[in-house]
Structures are given as structure tokens and as C-alpha cells.
Design a protein around this ligand. Structure first.
Ligand code: GRF
Length: 230
């Protein structure tokens, strides 16, 4: 099995990175993490990556004189040089520039700690859900694309009931637990060619069935490699 080459972009603790590293350690898992990049040199996620012997790079915008687009071009070049096929934003707290989005169409996965489209577009999704008083929250795994922040097509969502005595920490913890399950699952679906995008909808294809006359090919590194060969 040829494993899909994945880069993970992080800014913080890296618990989702940990979940993906654990998944990649399983022999049947269809992805390998070849690169971890953080905009924050002090992110604990970088240490996690290094401990797992994965290339870990810090690329703070300050290193590019504060020029975000220069940083984005360097990031795109780094991803290409590592022959990355799928990018996962796992707690990455900066917007990705268009040069990166255009270089990886439908091949950047993002995780957001709310049931989108509710509480999108910011870093306070868990706080906002509690303040609003919702009874159900959760997380969303989506494809990233240009336009509205957190507005990309949805791959998977997981729900979490808000309990009467929840505070931000307790709700965040249960949302995180859903993320640790759904991020590796979404990555595996992408890598196995089990996702097909139809407009805003991302369809989950049944396992092991040929595509048979589909208008759009499934998303996967295999279809991307075939497109390149043509
Ligand atoms: C996650 O809750 C994710 O939804 C959000 O940032 C958090 C990252 O957590 N975008 P971690 O660094 O993976 O622990």
C-alpha cells in the first residue's frame, strides 16, 4: 500500500497531531506524516513531532519580516519539496494564504471545535457556544478553501451534548475527544478515495466499491497522481 504523504500544521498542544500519529502507527492506516509545521516555535506540538521522528519546522511570520504572503509562498514551497499530498490543519491558528490553498485544492483538511456553520470564523468557538446557551455542540472536519473562514465543505461532524454544569474546559475536553476520533477517520477516508465532492456536499463512498460512471473523481492521492500522469 502506498501511503499518502501528509503534512500537519499546528499552533498549540497538538493533541490532534498525537491522535494522527497514533493512527499512522497502525500498519493498515493509509497515511504517513512526513512534515509538521508550526507558526509558533514554542508550540508543544513540535516536540511531539520530533519525539515521533517526524520533520518539524517552525515558520513564524516574524522570520519573514512580518510578510504573511512571503511566509505562505515559503510554506507552499516547503510542502511541495516534501512531496506532500494532503495537508491537515490541526489547531493551526492562522489563515492560510491563497497560494497554499490553490496549490492543494480539496486537499487541505481543517478541524473546528463547533458544529459549523455555528460559531465559525474565530478562536472562541467553545466559549461562544456556551455563552449562547446551545444544548448540543461538537466539532466539524472540513475541506479548506478560499472564501469565508470555516466555510468549506463538511466531511464529518461529531456532536457533544452540553451538560448543565459544563464550563469551557469540560466542554472543550469532550469536543476534543470527538476530534481525536474524527480527524484520523476523515484523513483515512480521503486517502482511501472514499470522499467525492459534489458542489458543497462531500459524499462518503462505500468501501471497496468501484466508482462506476461518477461525474467527479473521488478525492485521494491516487486520483491526483493519475491526473498528473495524464
Ligand atoms: C482543537 O480544538 C481544534 O478544533 C482547534 O484547535 C484545537 C487544537 O487542539 N482548531 P490541539 O492542539 O490539537 O490539542
Amino acid at each position: 500500500m502506498e501511503r499518502t504523504r501528509v503534512a500537519v500544521l499546528v499552533s498549540g498542544a497538538g493533541t490532534n497531531l498525537r491522535a494522527l500519529l497514533d493512527a499512522c502507527a497502525r500498519p493498515e492506516y493509509p497515511a504517513q506524516i512526513v512534515l509538521v509545521m508550526s507558526n509558533r516555535p514554542s508550540a508543544p506540538a513540535l516536540e511531539l513531532a520530533r519525539a515521533a521522528r517526524v520533520d518539524a519546522v517552525a515558520m513564524p511570520v516574524s522570520q519573514f519580516g512580518g510578510d504573511g504572503s512571503a511566509r505562505d509562498r515559503a510554506l507552499r514551497d516547503l510542502l511541495r519539496a516534501a512531496a506532500v499530498e494532503l495537508v491537515v490543519c490541526a489547531g493551526y491558528d492562522r489563515m492560510l494564504g491563497e497560494v497554499v490553498l490553490e496549490a492543494f485544492p480539496d486537499a487541505i483538511i481543517n478541524i473546528h471545535p463547533s458544529l459549523l456553520p455555528a460559531f465559525g470564523g474565530g478562536m472562541r468557538a467553545v466559549e461562544e457556544a456556551l455563552e449562547y446557551g446551545v444544548k448540543v455542540s461538537g466539532c466539524t472536519v472540513q475541506l479548506l478553501e478560499a472564501g469565508e473562514p470555516d466555510g468549506g465543505p463538511i466531511i464529518l461532524q461529531g456532536t457533544v451534548a452540553v451538560l448543565e454544569n459544563d464550563d469551557v474546559d469540560s466542554l472543550r475536553q469532550r469536543i476534543h475527544e470527538q476530534e481525536w476520533r474524527l480527524v484520523p477517520e476523515a484523513v483515512a477516508l480521503w486517502c482511501r478515495g472514499r470522499l467525492r465532492r459534489e458542489g458543497r456536499r462531500v459524499r462518503l463512498l462505500p468501501a471497496g466499491q468501484p466508482e462506476g460512471g461518477a461525474a467527479a473523481p473521488a478525492l485521494s492521492a491516487v486520483t491526483r497522481r493519475e491526473e498528473k500522469r495524464r
